[in-house]
Design a protein around this ligand. Structure first.
Ligand SMILES: [Zn+2]
Length: 273
């Protein structure tokens, strides 16, 4: 994705200065385009299986959008390769309701959208849900139609849990409101033993935004608020043991925020996933 389009506040000079770590994983050879990936996380805990964010989904009508429209990916097979059957998923969590985070909530069965995970509770932040629903009522194609085909069918089957933005699950996961990217956007804390991780969703899209939290993405609905939220996030978790688990960083994806002069950098884990 062209940086000029995706991170409109960025400058080619500032990006060129990061060349040593951007290539080849995080930008193309010309440094004009950033490279992103799309992730679902699988958490196993005391016999429970929990998914965080569900990527784009197959067969979705996204009005011809080149990244999302009519996909036929092997996402379910990849999940199966991890030993995860759809029936065995207990919770599905979405950091927000953009189409690349809710897509596999549903799949097409005999021409109808049905929940992909028949036994799961789908946990949605109430605030995000309310705003998306209002947008959907005004325009059924809002968000390229993702609310109608990837969220509503889950609600209609009675599998949705609308929760407060600090909701906790199984003493393991806790939401935290992170408005800006979307008004009801959340990050999700994972605490296990003494370990602490955070699924950061789209609070940060690209590792350049660790160094430059003021560079909000073109997909942020309130870029100014998103920049404030991201800066706070970076400062709070800098030089701590908190493992950051982003939605869109290419492999090895996860890492820690470290101070770097008067700014910050992302220290990727060597091996992850
Ligand atoms: Zn996203």
């Amino acid at each position: 994705m062209p940086f000029a389009q995706f991170l409109p506040a960025s400058s080619p000079e500032a990006i060129a200065a990061e060349r040593s770590w951007l290539l080849p994983q995080h930008a193309d050879a010309t440094l004009a385009c950033g490279l992103l990936s799309f992730h679902t996380y699988v958490i196993r805990h005391r016999g429970r299986t929990i998914l965080v964010d569900t990527c784009m989904g197959n067969d979705k009508d996204r009005g011809g959008h080149p990244l999302f429209h009519g996909l036929r990916t092997h996402w379910l097979d990849e999940l199966a390769a991890l030993g995860v059957r759809p029936e065995s998923v207990d919770y599905v969590m979405c950091t927000h309701m953009h189409g690349d985070h809710v897509g596999w909530n549903t799949r097409l069965e005999n021409g109808r959208w049905v929940p992909t995970f028949p036994n799961a509770r789908y946990v949605f932040a109430e605030r995000e849900y309310a705003l998306r629903e209002a947008a959907y009522r005004a325009d059924g194609r809002a968000g390229y139609g993702s609310f109608g085909d990837s969220v509503l069918p889950v609600v209609e089957r009675g599998q949705a849990e609308l929760v407060a933005s600090d909701h906790e699950i199984e003493g393991l996961l806790q939401l935290e409101g992170a408005p800006g990217h979307t008004p009801g956007n959340v990050v999700i804390h994972l605490r296990s033993g003494t370990g602490h991780g955070i699924f950061s969703g789209d609070t940060i899209h690209h590792p350049l935004q660790i160094k430059y939290p003021e560079w909000s993405s073109a997909f942020c609905e309130d870029p100014a608020q998103s920049a404030i939220c991201r800066r706070r996030f970076v400062e709070r978790h800098c030089d701590t043991d908190t493992l950051i688990l982003p939605a869109h960083f290419p492999a090895p994806t996860a890492g820690h925020i470290r101070s770097d002069g008067d700014r910050w950098r992302f220290a990727f884990l060597e091996h992850f996933g």
